[in-house]
Design a protein around this ligand. Structure first.
Ligand code: BES
Ligand code: ZN
Ligand code: ZN
Length: 486
């Protein structure tokens, strides 16, 4: 599917289907050519309300405002209708707001995110019929967005959404196919992008590095672990962003086995790993002025005679000893060693992303990413950019009492808290033990357990993987690069 911009009015352009957004307070606007029919059909132009006039080949969608996210949602609704038709060409206006390009970028993202489908395991495929989306710049609301600005916005939006869909493919692929070894092979292919290199490390390296926590999680798996390290390093890079992703290709819970129903969809436990790969891919394709690293700890949490056990004591890379209270709290063990390794890269910003706790979903719901860390400034900066990206975030605060919950009578730390309250925070505070002192204020922990996997479609997300966390981080880096330009 190609997205193009044209400096014409929407009615001067030929296309199979036209999309029109109706701001509800503006129902009388001249762009609403079919007002009488729409009213007759009971269309109130409420947010996310859709009306498809087949004869007129027009899809109307209600919106509350012309904010970027409102437009993404509206595009998502429209594309769901158009997908069911045989339309090959689609046209739409620009709906630009104060900042030219912002909404064109958002709409481009939504066209690509909304038209995603995962059909790898279907015998009868249903490929997308839409070939071209034409964005008509000379619309009623703002005729002064230049073609160059619009084309750049489309390009960036396309890269962001394509990298999100790339991550969705990785997570949606079944765990039997998307193993740690396979994930490393896929990541290796990123080195075809300019300024990108990829190093893949196996169990021998983990042993040399003293990554006893990561290795223990892998012990019951017949597939070896992989530490994947992808680096995008442009010339004259300004600062260094190091992303660490939990890459559990499957989480059965280990010997502290999950109940059957909780195990379903645990292929999504590599959502953080897939997201960090997507971030580096997009950063390189956009050509951001930063060095960006993705470090993925890839393995599965399985059961078998070799499995690590509750009561075991593990030694992490930084020498910290960890008593195991529950083998299902495995992500933090893999991340512990990966965070130690990440600190050795001397990051200016260190961000880990993980489907870490069910408690996080209880706390914030299934649509929101939890942001944790010591630096309020860094948390706010990311969360501000997240708003522009359309991703939802909320903070969960660390505190001294929950920290005490991680005490162990026989080791430096326990891998679980004394009780289940505040479980997302205790998990975050566990990770804190593996972030070296000088990086404490440069570190954020993002728990994406809620939004990473979609049980029933919402917004422009289909069922399955969502690529949570990718867009907010790319928007963050883009916003930063603009601040520094001024
Ligand atoms: N991968 C899970 C967390 C998870 C749960 C992600 C639901 C997505 C949806 C993680 O490894 C886990 O099992 N955590 C335990 C921790 C507990 C044993 C302290 C949990 O959340 O129950
Ligand atoms: Zn688990
Ligand atoms: Zn897990």
């Amino acid at each position: 599917m190609k997205i193009e911009v044209i400096n014409k009015k929407i009615n001067e352009v030929e296309a199979d289907i036209k999309i029109v957004f109706v701001v509800n307070k503006d129902y009388d606007h001249k762009s609403v050519e079919d007002k009488k029919t729409l009213e007759f059909l009971g269309f109130k132009a409420e947010s996310e309300e859709v009306c498809f006039l087949g004869e007129k080949k027009t899809v109307y969608v209600g919106v509350d405002s012309l904010d970027a996210e409102e437009l993404r949602l509206a595009v998502g609704k429209a594309i769901n209708v158009i997908k069911t038709t045989n339309a090959k060409t689609v046209k739409i206006g620009t709906y630009s707001d104060d900042c030219p390009g912002v909404n064109i970028k958002a709409m481009s993202e939504a066209f690509i995110l909304g038209s995603y489908s995962f059909e790898e395991y279907k015998t009868k495929k249903n490929p997308l019929k839409i070939e071209t989306i034409t964005i008509c710049l000379d619309d009623y609301s703002r005729p002064d967005v230049s073609v160059t600005t619009a084309q750049k916005a489309v390009k960036v939006g396309t890269i962001i959404a394509d990298s999100t869909n790339y991550a969705k493919d990785l997570v949606n692929t079944i765990p039997h196919d998307m193993t740690s070894v396979r994930l490393a092979e896929v990541a290796q292919e990123l080195d075809q992008i300019e300024n990108v290199t990829c190093k893949v490390y196996d169990e021998k390296f983990l042993e040399e590095q003293g990554m006893g926590a990561f290795l223990a999680v892998n012990r019951a798996s017949h597939i070896p672990p992989r530490l994947i390290h992808v680096i995008y390093k442009p010339k004259n890079a300004k600062e260094k962003f190091v992303y660490v992703g939990k890459g559990l290709t499957y989480d059965s819970g280990g010997l502290s086995l999950k109940p059957g129903s909780s195990m379903v969809s645990m292929k999504s436990d590599m959502g953080g790993g897939a997201a960090v790969l997507g971030i580096v891919k997009a950063a390189a394709e956009i050509g951001l002025p930063y060095e960006v690293h993705a470090i993925v700890g890839a393995t599965e949490n399985s059961i078998g005679p070799e499995a690590y056990k509750p009561d075991d004591v593990l030694v992490a890379k930084n020498g910290t000893t960890i008593e195991i209270g529950n083998t299902d709290a495995e992500g933090r063990l893999v991340l512990a060693d990966c965070l130690c390794y990440a600190c050795e890269q001397k990051p200016d910003y260190l961000i880990d992303m993980a489907t870490l706790t069910g408690a996080c979903v209880v706390a914030l719901g299934e649509y929101t990413t939890a942001v944790m860390g010591h630096s309020s400034k860094m948390k706010h900066s990311l969360m501000k950019s997240a708003i522009g990206s359309g991703e939802l975030t909320g903070t969960l605060p660390f505190n001294r009492y929950l920290k005490k919950q991680l005490k162990s009578p026989i080791a430096d730390l326990s891998n679980i808290g004394k009780n289940r309250w505040g479980g997302a925070i205790t998990a975050g505070m566990f990770l804190d033990n593996f972030v070296a002192d000088e990086y404490k204020d440069k570190w954020l922990h993002l728990d994406i357990a809620g939004p990473a996997f979609v049980d029933s479609a919402w917004g422009y997300n289909q069922c399955g993987a969502s690529g949570a966390g990718i867009r907010m981080n790319l928007y963050w880096m883009i916003d930063k690069s603009k601040e520094e330009d001024v």
